[in-house]
Design a protein. Structure first.
Length: 579
């Protein structure tokens, strides 16, 4: 079954747009989240480098605060045991019994997940404390501080060491118990005054989790580690990077929230059904518009080429673009014009051939008719002479046959000349000559015929130099004058006039006599055509046809018209101006 190009383009563009939207949807649904996480991790790594630079200038706590304000990431610096370094705003100092190592500074972020006024009020300078620790090599890590009235505890580490959910891996760790007295406490006066990052509960929990893991692994982290964590349906990206400064090992612990992208992806997934429904409608509309636009020139090309195949060249293709389709349209238009031209010339050639065939038939018929009469006369004369009838009129019959032979000779000469002029190969040589002298010579050559009919012959000439073939123009004038003599009654007048009209000279031959009928005036220039009422035996019927061919070789304006009391033949030639 034949399918239209509009349908094919529609299906193609619909599939194309659908595939595009599908790829966009899949990319956003499955790959955008991964791309976002990778970009987030890369940004966090860059923030770590910035943190190291700031920490060297301003200190670790100040660097953490500034980076959180500027880039919204949680970041701090840990020692080789996973403890936050340079804690200057949230700690106590304890003097141990039976030890001469000075005061022991204990950061308090490990014990309180959030700032608690009860904790602060329970730990006072001078209180005796019992401290439980986990010992790793030469390091003591407190996880429980007990006074006579209260205590604080690192639940993360304590739960792994003791209790129903204790982790067996931590049971092998060495522990210690120390006694001492609090000699100094540094706490913010109010909870809202506690500095970053000690108020970030979840961040501190992740730091303590990493610290506990280091205690079990008993070997430092060798390469950067990336983790994902979830809290209250919110996701976080964590990166831990080992660093070494001044010969000591440590870590940069960084965390950032992924909650915005999770929310966006969740909303996008809820939006997708509406989005794809609207997209489908848009795809159908766009596919239809695009397919119609793309196929329109092809449909026009198909329609126009169908007309060309049926030889209808009346319509051309519009060339609205300069692309390949526009070039194809231009080529088809050129081809159409060329074919139309070839067919037009072929029709002209056929018409000319048909006209030539008609002319040939008319010519043969005319020649046959013209030769029939002299041949009949000659045959009759020969029969009479052969039979010896009217012997005393022998000279008369010989004279009649001689006249017919001369008439036949003139007819053949005129026929040959007419064929030469009509061939299209004859090119007469043009030159300037005096038209008045040519007219006078033609009048003298026909003076006997003019006197024989007692005609009034007058010349109204001006001396002009015209351009043409002198001999052929003389023949035209002689033909016009001879035709006028034949069709002018005895005693009537003939006038030949020359008048200058700007760049041309008009020559006219006017004779008194009967006017020419309209239907005869259209055919008078045809060969062998005679007006019966004006026929004379002296004519061959080729004079005006020869004159017509000569004047057309000169590209002259010529014609015949009836006057008030006769007929006027005329033609014009260009005037030659002397330099």
């Amino acid at each position: 079954m034949k399918k239209s190009i509009v349908f094919k383009w529609f299906m193609l563009t619909a599939l194309l747009f659908s595939a595009m939207f599908l790829v966009i949807g899949i990319t956003q649904n499955y790959f955008f989240e991964r791309y976002y996480l990778n970009k987030k991790a890369d940004a966090l790594k860059m923030d770590m480098n910035e943190y190291l630079s700031l920490a060297a200038k301003k200190g670790a706590e100040a660097a953490s605060v500034q980076l959180y304000k500027n880039n919204h990431v949680w970041m701090t610096k840990l020692d080789d045991c996973g403890r936050i370094l340079d804690v200057e705003n949230y700690y106590i100092e304890v003097t141990l019994e039976n030890e001469a190592q000075g005061n022991w500074r204990i950061p308090m972020y490990s014990f309180a997940g959030e700032f608690s006024s009860a904790v602060l009020s329970s730990l006072k300078v001078g209180d005796e404390v019992i401290i439980d620790t986990v010992n790793s090599a030469d390091e003591r890590i407190p996880y429980h501080i007990q006074t006579h009235s209260t205590g604080v505890i690192n639940l993360n580490l304590a739960n792994k060491l003791h209790g129903p959910q204790a982790d067996p891996a931590y049971s092998q760790l060495a522990t210690g118990l120390y006694r001492g007295r609090i000699t100094k406490t540094i706490f913010p006066e109010r909870g809202e005054d506690i500095v970053f990052p000690y108020q970030e509960t979840y961040f501190l929990e992740q730091v303590k989790e990493f610290q506990a893991r280091l205690l079990v692994d008993k070997k430092p982290l060798q390469s950067t580690e990336e983790l994902r964590a979830t809290e209250n349906f919110a996701q976080y990206q964590i990166i831990i990077k080992p660093v070494r400064e001044n010969g000591s090992r440590g870590y940069i612990f960084a965390m950032t929230s992924l909650q915005p992208v999770d929310e966006a992806i969740a909303v996008m997934r809820q939006f997708y059904p509406y989005f794809f429904g609207l997209a489908l409608l848009c795809v159908i509309g766009l596919a239809f518009i695009v397919s119609k636009r793309l196929s329109k020139p092809l449909i026009s090309i198909n329609r126009i080429t169908g007309k060309i195949a049926n030889l209808d060249f009346t319509e051309k293709l519009p060339m609205g673009s300069e692309d390949e389709i526009g070039q194809l349209s231009a080529n088809i238009n050129d081809l159409s014009s060329q074919i139309e031209g070839y067919i037009g010339r072929l029709k002209q050639d056929l018409d000319q051939e048909k006209q030539l065939e008609e002319t040939r038939k008319e010519f043969i018929a005319g020649v046959s008719h013209e030769l029939k009469t002299p041949l009949a006369v000659m045959k009759s004369c020969l029969s009479i002479l052969k039979d010896g009838i009217a012997a005393e009129k022998r000279e008369h019959y010989f004279q009649a046959m001689e006249e017919e032979i001369q008439r036949m000779d003139l007819l053949v000469v005129n026929m040959l000349d007419l064929a030469k002029f009509e061939s299209g190969t004859y090119k007469p040589e043009m030159a300037p000559f005096e038209i008045d002298k040519v007219i006078r010579e033609a009048g003298r050559s026909l003076a006997g015929e003019i006197e024989g009919k007692n005609l009034s012959f007058s010349l109204r000439l001006v001396s002009l130099m015209v351009v043409g073939h002198k001999g052929l123009i003389s023949r035209v004038i002689t033909n016009f004058l001879s035709n006028a003599i034949r069709h002018t009654e005895n005693g009537d007048a003939i006038v030949i006039a020359v008048s200058g009209k700007g760049q041309t000279a008009e020559i006219s031959v006017v004779n008194q006599g009967k006017p020419i009928a309209e239907e005869d005036r259209k055919k008078i220039w045809d060969q062998f055509y005679r007006v019966e009422a004006r026929t004379s035996k002296a004519g061959t019927g080729l004079g005006l046809a020869i004159s017509r061919e000569i004047l057309e070789l000169h590209h002259a304006v010529y014609g015949v018209e009836n006057t008030r009391d006769g007929v006027r033949f005329f033609f014009s030639l260009p005037v030659h101006h002397h330099d």
